[in-house]
Every structure is written in structure tokens, then in C-alpha cells.
Design a protein around this ligand. Structure first.
Ligand code: C2E
Ligand code: MG
Ligand code: MG
Ligand code: MG
Length: 282
């Protein structure tokens, strides 16, 4: 048996790798056509004010439904689209869809409605990004203050000089910028000052176990306190239970997002559930 294992490992290893490469190659080739074949759509998840649970806006979340592959996990295909270069075009599609949608909902509601859109580090390094955003805001006549771009720490690590310039240009347009998944990466606290974010999004990992894990609870509290000191708004991600919601209410967290308030849904469902009647979440 030992001899056999010694004979086999390379063969076994390379077979697995080949299968993975095939899968990846397949995904890559499908990603290239996804936009043109109209397989991409944008879903919207409500963002609520924690104190009164009023829906103040939404996060736009990309969805890919392919005939052969079914629903593909965004984390997976966005990573591939970043490598193939498709992310710029795809990101532009999300920006256009979500900005147009936000304008419609804002007009119907007759009050500000904030749209949050995730931006990949690759998009930040595209010199056309700021101008594209400026044009889309003008084209759809959306107040730039209603647009919140979500970046992760990856943006700051990859090319911090370029990121600093782009984030400053966006601020000059009066677009808001939030730091997504806060607490999970490598960010030094000095980034918070340097890049002048408007909002911190506490990563959902701190909320998930906040009722059972004292350390996560304290970290969530500390992040909220930090945001207060720096004059940043704070959004709790992954609010899945009433306990999570109550905890965030006690801690005076500004905004919340999570399955407890509402899951990501297609635009028409969001419209029916939150805009038409302009109810509060849950
Ligand atoms: P994210 O920006 O941190 O988005 C939040 C993710 O948490 C979403 O996953 C959302 O569906 C999920 N979520 C919301 N509430 C809850 C909850 O209560 N519990 C749990 N367990 N999860 C919750 P999704 O839609 O799968 O997106 C995953 C990630 O993919 C996003 O994380 C974002 O980094 C990326 N992404 C999604 N859409 C886009 C896009 O248009 N552009 C770029 N560049 N990235 C995107
Ligand atoms: Mg996000
Ligand atoms: Mg997040
Ligand atoms: Mg994330």
C-alpha cells in the first residue's frame, strides 16, 4: 500500500489540478459572454436605520445565472472577472443599473434613498472610473450624495497612491465612500484618517456570534466606538436575528443590513416590498 501511494501522488494531484483548471477555464470563457448574453442582474438588499428600521437605501449585489452553470457565487465569478479584465465592463453595468434604479426609487419615495455599490480594486485602478461615475450621475440625474461606493482594504493595499487619488476625486464629486468588511483584513487604523471614509461596515463575522462570543461582542462595540470618535457612520452587516438587531440598537449603531431586515432581491421585488408601500423592514 505504501509503495502504491508513492507511485500515485503526482498522478492524483495533477488530475485534480487539471479538473480545477478545466472548471476555471470554463468559468472564464462563460464570464466573458455573461454580460452580452444578459445573464447578469443586480439584486438589492435593504439597508435600514437601526433605531426605527426604516429602509434608507439598498446595497446593489451582482447575480450571475448561466444556463449551464446555474447561479454562480459572486465571490467566485467576480474574482475571475477581475483576472480576465471583464470586471471593468461588468462593474460599469452594475453602476448604470443601480444608479438608474436609485433615481427611480428616490423620485417615487420623495426622499433621499442611498444606493451602495461595490467597487473592485481593479476598477479603482482604471483611469476612466471617476469620469464614468460622474457621467452616470449626470445622465440619470442622481444626487452624488446618494451614491455610496464600497471598497475593501484590498483597494488600499494594492496601489495606495492611486487609491488615494481616486478616492479624493470621488469625494470632490460628493460621492460617499465606505470601507466594507471592516475588521477582517490588514487595515491599519491610520487608513481611516488618510482616506477619509464616510462609513465603516462592520464585517458580519463580528455580528454572527455576538450573542455567544464575548470577544466578538466587544470588538463590535469597539468598532462602533472608533467610528464615533472619527465621525464616521457605521453599518452592521449580517444582522440575522432579533438578538443581533437588539444588540446593534443598544450600541447605537447607525445602520443595519442582513437577513433579519431583508435578503437581496430582484429590483421588482424590492420595489413591491419596500418602495411601493414604503414600509419599514421586517
Ligand atoms: P459584500 O459587499 O460584503 O456584500 C454582503 C454579502 O453578505 C452579500 O453576499 C449578501 O448577500 C450577504 N449577506 C447579507 N446579509 C447577510 C446575512 O444576514 N447573513 C449572511 N450570512 N450573509 C448576508 P453576496 O451577494 O454573495 O456577495 C458577496 C460579495 O461579492 C460581496 O460582499 C462583494 O464583495 C462581492 N460583490 C457582490 N456584488 C458585487 C459587484 O457588483 N461588484 C463587486 N466588485 N463586488 C461585488
Ligand atoms: Mg459590500
Ligand atoms: Mg461586506
Ligand atoms: Mg464581502
Amino acid at each position: 500500500a505504501v509503495a502504491k501511494e508513492q507511485d500515485q501522488p503526482f498522478c492524483f494531484f495533477s488530475q485534480q489540478t487539471q479538473a480545477e483548471l478545466d472548471k476555471r477555464y470554463q468559468l472564464e470563457s462563460y464570464v466573458v459572454d455573461a454580460l452580452r448574453n444578459e445573464e447578469l442582474s443586480v439584486h438589492y438588499q435593504p439597508v435600514v436605520s437601526v433605531q426605527n428600521q426604516q429602509v434608507i437605501g439598498a446595497e446593489a449585489l451582482l447575480r450571475w445565472n448561466n444556463a449551464q452553470l446555474g447561479e454562480v457565487d459572486p465571490e467566485q465569478f467576480i474574482g475571475i472577472a477581475e483576472k480576465t479584465g471583464q470586471i471593468n465592463e461588468i462593474g460599469n453595468f452594475v453602476l448604470r443599473s443601480a444608479i438608474q434604479q436609485a433615481k427611480q426609487w428616490q423620485d417615487r419615495l420623495g426622499r433621499p434613498f442611498r444606493i451602495a455599490i461595490n467597487i473592485s480594486p481593479i476598477q479603482i485602478s482604471d483611469p476612466r472610473l471617476v469620469q464614468q461615475i460622474d457621467q452616470l450621475l449626470r445622465c440619470y440625474d442622481l444626487d452624488p450624495r446618494s451614491l455610496e461606493l464600497e471598497v475593501t482594504e484590498g483597494v488600499l493595499l494594492q496601489d495606495s497612491y492611486q487609491a488615494e487619488i481616486v478616492l479624493r476625486q470621488l469625494r470632490d464629486l460628493h460621492v460617499r465612500v465606505s470601507l466594507d468588511d471592516f475588521g477582517t483584513g490588514y487595515s491599519s487604523l491610520s487608513y481611516l484618517q488618510k482616506y477619509a471614509f464616510d462609513t465603516l461596515k462592520i464585517d458580519r463575522s463580528f455580528i454572527t456570534d455576538s450573542h455567544s462570543n464575548a470577544q466578538d461582542r466587544e470588538l463590535a462595540r469597539a468598532i462602533i466606538a472608533l467610528a464615533r470618535k472619527l465621525n464616521l457612520k457605521v453599518i452592521a452587516e449580517g444582522v440575522e436575528t432579533e438578538q443581533h438587531h437588539r444588540f446593534m440598537q443598544q450600541e447605537n449603531c447607525d445602520y443595519g443590513q442582513g437577513y433579519w431586515y431583508g435578503v437581496p432581491v430582484p429590483a421588482d421585488t424590492f420595489d413591491a416590498d419596500y418602495i411601493g408601500l414604503s414600509r419599514t423592514a421586517h
